[in-house]
Structure formats: structure tokens, C-alpha cells
Design a protein around this ligand. Structure first.
Ligand code: GLY
Length: 594
């Protein structure tokens, strides 16, 4: 049994609105969870290293203190990690609405110790059945510009997060489903103080048409049109009603009932209308898929396979680094050079091959075949950077289809949380409505995703070769989400993941190298400045020690850019019978447990 104090679920909302929520964080309170956090124009939070959080029984780490606390309270009440995931996600939907929610999609990697089984759930959005590869072309046959595509109902895919949570609960839940929604319902009714990050995100999104649609404008802006500010108490009784309905009837009203009807109506806006039908919603399924696992030194690094490119690309980077003495090099310019070179090659394969494997003949196994990766690694010169863009390789396996690469960038949104319960059930879940505030279309108190812009907007390359990640009816757009669980000798040792668009892969892979090769504690690994290469310039995180690599990497031939990297990593390491939690200092999250 969990060694928690039992806590009344209902107390949470009252404490939240009163601003006196107390976090029982083993290992000392995390100041940044409750104290002032300075937002910047990009809505990052101050990059403030902090100590790790240690627990012995169960733990949750998530992007907002209220969401983490909702999960902790469920665990304290004897709930499983799956129960806690439901409470965390519903609270995130309310207090971090710009990043994830039931209007979006998610992937979960789940370790079930009772069965000794690792599996994944794919709750990725789907394209409407009537969509085809002309979906993102204007009347002249040219792909729509990014923001023209994002804003409005056309970018909305069938949401999968709610059905994923319901599936998770059906398989692993212990507490009653309606009870898990209560913290979010009560907080939606009584209100919560808007966080600095949410307020900064609203202000930054105003000129990105966040105030275009009436329901969204009324919720995030004052009557005079100014954005609501940090500390404003936000109430969302409409969302509370939505959750009550879902509490009583599960996902049925969402996919086939009155919520479905409202989603379809909202998507068919007069601005950039979508073509989702009630049948598209009714047909939605969550898919259980085998994880993609890649050996790395003494470890097995496991995560989400297609339609995510996450585990394959993280696995390719690690697989190519396996032949180099990364532990011996430590966090040096030489090590980061090798890392960036491996990343160039991995992102080249990602662009060419990776998409929804239910629609595209993908060389999934070949992409992480150790012999293939060892061969690819021979292209890495320790003394000189390769020219970009690097070319894709030719992975083995008959099922490979060589289509054209998807070269468009992706914008960061998204949230990640990790949970371990007292019985050892573990969940690493990345969840998204795509870019911040998704499509901007809101119904029933929640935002709808813009996930269909994760497809290539161009259907084919200049020579007419189809792009693997083009739009097709019912297809799931390629993701970069990388929810990860690492094993050693068959035992889980680390849960990790992050938001960040196509940089997610790097935020996760940077931290994996730091923890697995350099022995860093999880919090130190999350605090570390990021090094990113997406088959172009090598990006160093502004304002961190990563900037000091610029001279040495330039001398090796890297084109260098320095920029903010708004990761949102959350991690739990299992070491010596203890749970060691860490939260990304760039956001507002915490790890809580006992
Ligand atoms: N929309 C972010 C991702 O799926 O990678």
C-alpha cells in the first residue's frame, strides 16, 4: 500500500483558489513551484537549477503544480498510476490549457510490473476520412502558410486523449472514473490563479489570433480586449459541466453524443472551416502498439513508435553514439560534436521515412537495426562536421518505401508527465494540442488541437514523389513526441519525456546521454543547456553553458545558432529503491511524492 497521508480530493480546489496550496515534496520544498517565476516574451520561465525530489513509494512529475498535486492526491488515496494520469491530464487541461487536453492527442508508454510487460497507447489525432493530399493546398495548388493553416477548424484532427485515458483506466484503473475528474471539476468551478506562464502565453498569442473566436476571446481576455494577467482567478464552469458529463458517461458523449455534435459545429467555423464529421469522431480508436526499444550500452531505451518519430530518432542518435566513448569524453565539445553529427544523420532518415506506418510502408525495424546504425556512424568524422543537409541512408528490410522527405519545421507546444505508483505501474505520457492554444477554436470549455498541421502541407516533392507524411483520410500525422522508459537488466530505471515540437527528440536524447553516459542526476540533466541539430545548424541554448561550446564547434565546421530552447522535461529515476524526480526549470512543473 502507498505510504501516503490520505487527502480529501475536494480540498485541492479550495486550496488552489485561496493560493495556499501546500506541496508535500519529499526532499524539501521546491521554491520555484510556488514562488514568483519570471515570464519572458517566449513564455519560458526562469532557468533556475533546483534540487531533485526523492521519494520511496510513488511519484508524479508534471508541468503545473496543481496538476502534479492532483496526481499525488490520487496516488495518496490508493489510486494507480493510471488513475493519477486521468487526474493529472484533466487538471492540465484546465490550468495549462495552451498545451494539452481532451481536445488533443497523446501517447503513453506503460510498464506493467504485474505482467512484466511494456506497451504503448496511441491516442494520436486522425485526419477526417474525406481528407486527401490536397487538404493543405490553396486554390492555386500552393501549400497554405503555417498560421493560415493553424487558425480555425481545418487544422483540427479527431482528438484521442480522452479515449486514451479511458483505455488506460479500463486496463489499470483502481478508483472510480468520476472521482478522478473531481479535482479538475472543483477547480474549474471555484477557479484557479492563472500562472505566469499561462498569462505570458496568452499575451504572446494575441497577435497570433488567439482573440479571433468568441468563446476563446471571452475566456482568455478581459472585456476591454486586454489579455488576462498572472494571478487572475480563472473559472471554467462550462468545462466543469463537460467533465461531469464525461464522469457520468465516459467518452461516449464526446465521440458520439452532444459533445461530438458541438465539436463538429465548432470545427465547421466560418474562418478556415474543417470537414470533420460525426462519423469521423465515432470511428476513432486508440491503438495499442508495440514499443520501439533500442539497446544503448547496458540499457534498453524504449518509447513510442510510428506514428511518432520519437523513439526511432532518439534510438538512431543513441545507436550511432554507441560506438563512441561518450562516457569517457564527458560533456565536452568533442562529445557534443559527435552527438550533433549523429543527429544530422538521424533527422535525415526521419524526414524521408517516418510517418504513420498504417499508411506508409516504413522500414521501422531497419531504422534501428544495430548493424545499420553502426554503418551510418562510419559517416561521422570526429575531426570535422559533415555538410548539411546530410542524406538519408538505406535501412534494411523489405517493407521500406523510399518516398520524399518532409522538410517543414514544427512548432513547439505540448506537455509531458511521468508517474510511478506504489505497485510499480509506470506511465510516461506526452500529450498535446500541437502549437500553443492549438487551433484557437474552443468548445465546451476546452481548446481543439491543430494537429493536422503536423502533416506535410505539401503532398509531394518537386519531382512528383509523394511525401511519406502527406495528408490521407484517417491517417495520423507524424509526431516527435518521445515518452520514454529506460530499462536495465529488464528493470525500469528511468521515465522521461518533453514537449518542444521536433526538438523534443533532442531534449530527451540530451538528457539520456547526460544521465546514462555521464552519470548526472536527473535534475542536473534537465537543468543542462541543450544542444540541438535537426540536420542543419547546431543550436546552442541561449543563456546556458551550452553557449560556451560555440567556439570549439565552429572550429570543427558547425554552423552555430544560439536561441532559447523551451523544453518541458519531466523525469523519474528509479535508483537504489528510491524514486528521484526532476522537473524542467524552464517551465512551472514539479515532482511530488512520498
Ligand atoms: N505536435 C507535436 C508533436 O506531435 O510532435
Amino acid at each position: 500500500m502507498p505510504q501516503f497521508q490520505r487527502t480529501n480530493l475536494g480540498i485541492l480546489a479550495a486550496l488552489a483558489v485561496a493560493g495556499v496550496l501546500v506541496f508535500t515534496v519529499t526532499g524539501g520544498p521546491r521554491d520555484r513551484a510556488t514562488a514568483g517565476i519570471t515570464p519572458t516574451a517566449t513564455a519560458t520561465t526562469a532557468h533556475t537549477p533546483a534540487g531533485a525530489v526523492v521519494a520511496t513509494s510513488a511519484m508524479v512529475a508534471a508541468a503545473n503544480p496543481l496538476a502534479a498535486e492532483a496526481g499525488r492526491v490520487v496516488l495518496a488515496a490508493g489510486g494507480s498510476a493510471a488513475d493519477a494520469a486521468v487526474a493529472v491530464q484533466m487538471m492540465l487541461n484546465l490550468v495549462e490549457p495552451q498545451s494539452s487536453g481532451i481536445g488533443g492527442g497523446a501517447f503513453a508508454v506503460i510498464w506493467d510490473p504485474a505482467e512484466g510487460r511494456l506497451t504503448t497507447l496511441d491516442g494520436r489525432e486522425t485526419a477526417p476520412m474525406a481528407a486527401d493530399d490536397t487538404y493543405w493546398l490553396d486554390e492555386d495548388g500552393a501549400p497554405l502558410a503555417w498560421w493560415d493553416a493553424v487558425v480555425g477548424g481545418r487544422s483540427v484532427g479527431v482528438p484521442g486523449t480522452l479515449k486514451l485515458l479511458e483505455t488506460l483506466h479500463a486496463h489499470h484503473g483502481r478508483l472510480a472514473w468520476p472521482d478522478l475528474l473531481k479535482p479538475a471539476i472543483e477547480t474549474a468551478e471555484t477557479g484557479f490563479a492563472m500562472s505566469p506562464r499561462l498569462a505570458a502565453s496568452i499575451a504572446a498569442a494575441q497577435d497570433k489570433k488567439l482573440d479571433l473566436f468568441e468563446a476563446t476571446r471571452a475566456y482568455f481576455f478581459n472585456a476591454d480586449g486586454t489579455p488576462k494577467t498572472a494571478g487572475t482567478v480563472l473559472r471554467n464552469p462550462v468545462f466543469a459541466d463537460t467533465l461531469r458529463l464525461i464522469g457520468r458517461h465516459g467518452s461516449a458523449p464526446f465521440y458520439e453524443g452532444e459533445i461530438a455534435a458541438d465539436i463538429v459545429a465548432a470545427v465547421r467555423t466560418n474562418i478556415n472551416p474543417g470537414i470533420l464529421t460525426p462519423e469521423d469522431l465515432a470511428a476513432y480508436t486508440v491503438v495499442e502498439r508495440a514499443p520501439v526499444c533500442v539497446p544503448y550500452r547496458a540499457y534498453e531505451v524504449c518509447g513510442m513508435g510510428p506514428p511518432s518519430s520519437g523513439a526511432l530518432t532518439v534510438g538512431q542518435i543513441l545507436g550511432m553514439l554507441a560506438g563512441f566513448d561518450m562516457p569517457g569524453l564527458g560533456p565536452s565539445p568533442e562529445a557534443w560534436h559527435l552527438y550533433a553529427e549523429a543527429a544530422k544523420l538521424a533527422y535525415a532518415d526521419r524526414a524521408l521515412y517516418m510517418a504513420d506506418s498504417d499508411f506508409v510502408a516504413m522500414p521501422t525495424r531497419g531504422l534501428v537495426d544495430p548493424a545499420y546504425l553502426a554503418d551510418r556512424a562510419t559517416l561521422i568524422d570526429p575531426a570535422a562536421a559533415m555538410a548539411t543537409p546530410a542524406e538519408a541512408g538505406t535501412p534494411p528490410w523489405d517493407e521500406a518505401a523510399r518516398l520524399a522527405p518532409d522538410t517543414q519545421p514544427e512548432r513547439p507546444g505540448t506537455s509531458h508527465f511521468v508517474i510511478v505508483d506504489a505497485d510499480g505501474l509506470m506511465i510516461s505520457m506526452t500529450t498535446t494540442i500541437e502549437t500553443g492554444f492549438g487551433s484557437r477554436v474552443m468548445t465546451r470549455g476546452f481548446l481543439l488541437n491543430n494537429e493536422l498541421t503536423d502533416f506535410s502541407r505539401a503532398p509531394e516533392a518537386g519531382d512528383g514523389t509523394p511525401i511519406a507524411n502527406r495528408v490521407e483520410g484517417g491517417k495520423r500525422p507524424r509526431s516527435s513526441m518521445s515518452p520514454t522508459i529506460v530499462f536495465r537488466d529488464g528493470t525500469p530505471v528511468l521515465l522521461i519525456g518533453s514537449p518542444g515540437g521536433s526538438r523534443i527528440i533532442h531534449y530527451v536524447a540530451n538528457a539520456l546521454v547526460a544521465i546514462l553516459d555521464w552519470g548526472m542526476d536527473p535534475q542536473a540533466a534537465l537543468d543542462m543547456g541543450h544542444v540541438v541539430n535537426r540536420n542543419g545548424p547546431t543550436e546552442l541554448e541561449e543563456g546556458t553553458e551550452a553557449e560556451t561550446l560555440a567556439g570549439a564547434l565552429s572550429a570543427l565546421g558547425h554552423e552555430i545558432t544560439v536561441r532559447p530552447h523551451v523544453s518541458g522535461l519531466h523525469a523519474i529515476q528509479i535508483r537504489d529503491g528510491r524514486l528521484i524526480g526532476a522537473a524542467d526549470p524552464r517551465r512551472e512543473g514539479v515532482a511530488l511524492g512520498e
